[in-house]
Design a binder for this molecule. Structure first.
Ligand code: LCS
Length: 396
């Protein structure tokens, strides 16, 4: 069935499922490393190297391709390429599109390793980088150089929750002859479609909302054009950071309920965020759905919802943060996000520990910042858990 003109929820359930010899309703796991070459009588299009013929799972596998086709349709892209992890997606994009002598401008509060890979490793191969607060477009404009080839933004960003104007960033990038890449992990394609706003590439850690069940690590890159899609695919085939068919099967299963999960978690986040803001123990809350968020209006324009990620700072600073982390019972103290379970984390000591403290602070990742990924549990239970944990911080 051609789902390209169908609605988002129909695409979630049906897009990309190939015709199967036995009529299976979901894509089977093609657990094979290699594919026998068919002889010419069975169809010349099955011969090695021609379109549609599978050769070897690093190059392509039907289970993985089903997921890629699904996500490409969700993001309104030409094609998608799935990777072993979100960082596999980030590194493939960097290596496919940047050469010695090039420069990249990126959001200062991107996921720690996306910045670390650039500053510690790509720099060894002659790629220069600037990290600025891209929520203020003047910073982005000022950071552009004649050799800037890529503008790489994360919006909303992890964990500062800053929002960058995607359409305006695309204009700035394109005017300078650069491409715009958007890490869409925090929003998911249900809430934000960067390619429709002018981006050239979108990437995800599918570990998060797209899979949604905290049982798989994976990544994906969606390209707007065939030329970019081929460039990304060619790099991945050489790099070897491909997604495994078993992984792809699980992600495809989780993905079908993306809209239901995202909407349910957002309903709860919309209650938890103002509740936290009113608490005497809390210094500030950053949730893009709150009018107090500096880019609340922009998020309302370029997204179709506010999601379920909340950052907040406790009045008692790091020590109070430690008490909350140690006291929660329902919320899991863990890195990662976007699953059905509520998770709480402390970025300064966990996800962004590899970042220099001055860079962390400049990016709004304060020492006492707590990050909450709201799950789909009953909101009363989430609030009761946070309530008992916050009460323990009094006097900290
Ligand atoms: N991009 C964003 C925005 C992320 O949050 C992450 C992982 C990645 C890329 C990398 O994806 P991965 O390789 O882990 O699939 N973020 C994590 C986090 O905040 N806690 O644990 C991982």
């Amino acid at each position: 069935m051609d789902t390209r003109s169908c609605g988002f929820n129909t695409k979630l359930v049906h897009a990309g499922i190939p015709d199967d010899a036995h009529g299976s309703v979901v894509t089977p796991i093609y657990q094979t490393s290699t594919f026998a070459f068919r002889d010419a009588q069975q169809g010349a299009n099955r011969f090695a190297g021609t379109e549609g013929g599978y050769i070897y799972t690093r190059i392509g596998n039907p289970t993985t391709v089903a997921l890629e086709e699904n996500v490409a349709q969700l993001e309104n892209g030409f094609g998608a390429t799935a990777m072993a992890s979100g960082m596999g997606a980030v590194s493939t994009v960097y290596l496919a599109l940047l050469s010695a002598g090039d420069h990249i401008v990126s959001t200062d509060s991107v996921y720690g390793p996306s910045r670390g890979l650039m500053e510690k490793h790509m720099s060894r191969f002659g790629v220069a980088s600037s990290y600025v607060d891209t929520s203020d477009l003047a910073n982005l404009r000022a950071a552009m150089r004649p050799n800037t080839k890529l503008v790489y933004i994360e919006t909303p960003s992890n964990p500062a929750m800053s929002v960058t104007d995607i359409a305006a960033a695309a204009e700035i990038a394109h005017a300078a002859g650069a491409l715009l890449v958007v890490d869409n992990t925090f929003a998911s394609p249900h809430l934000q479609k960067p390619l429709d706003l002018g981006a050239d590439l979108v990437l995800h850690s599918v570990t998060k909302f797209i899979n949604g069940h905290a049982d798989v690590v994976g990544g994906i890159v969606v390209s707007k054009t065939e030329a970019l899609h081929k460039q990304i695919r060619a790099m991945l085939i050489n790099l070897g950071a491909n997604m495994d068919p078993h992984q792809a099967y699980l992600v495809s299963r989780g993905l079908k309920t993306l809209a239901l999960r995202v909407e349910r978690a957002e309903q709860s986040a919309r209650l938890v965020a103002p509740w936290l803001e009113a608490r005497p123990e809390v210094a500030w809350v950053r949730y893009i759905g709150l009018p107090s968020h500096p880019q609340h209006a922009l998020a309302g324009r370029q997204m179709t919802g506010y999601g379920s990620m909340i950052a907040f700072e406790l009045k008692g600073g790091t020590e109070a943060g430690r008490i909350v982390m140690d006291s929660v019972k329902l919320a899991g103290l863990a890195v990662s996000l976007g699953g059905v379970e509520t998770l709480i984390s402390h970025p300064a000591s966990m996800t962004h520990a590899g970042m220099a403290r001055e860079n962390r602070l400049a990016a709004g990742i304060t020492d006492g910042l707590v990050r909450l990924s709201i799950g789909i549990e009953d909101v009363e239970d989430i609030l009761a858990d946070l309530d008992q944990a916050l009460r323990r911080t009094v006097g900290a």
